[in-house]
Design a protein around this ligand. Sequence first.
Ligand SMILES: [Zn+2]
Length: 67
Amino acid sequence: MNSSLAHRQFGEICIICEHQKPKGIHLYTSFICTECENDLIRTDTSDPKYKYFLNKLKKVTTPEIFS
Ligand SMILES: [Zn+2]
């Protein structure tokens, strides 16, 4: 993992939990906090929770152009 991305002083709004978190990763122009990232990684694709994550991520990975 690239830990240099985690060194942020002020925090950003996580697209999953919508809280301001100091640590996380950037996906395109959006921010995912470390907790949600770990949660996402641990969630099985058959888990309903995974769909919840995907819905949130969809906003990031598929801009309006495909609609
Ligand atoms: Zn989060």
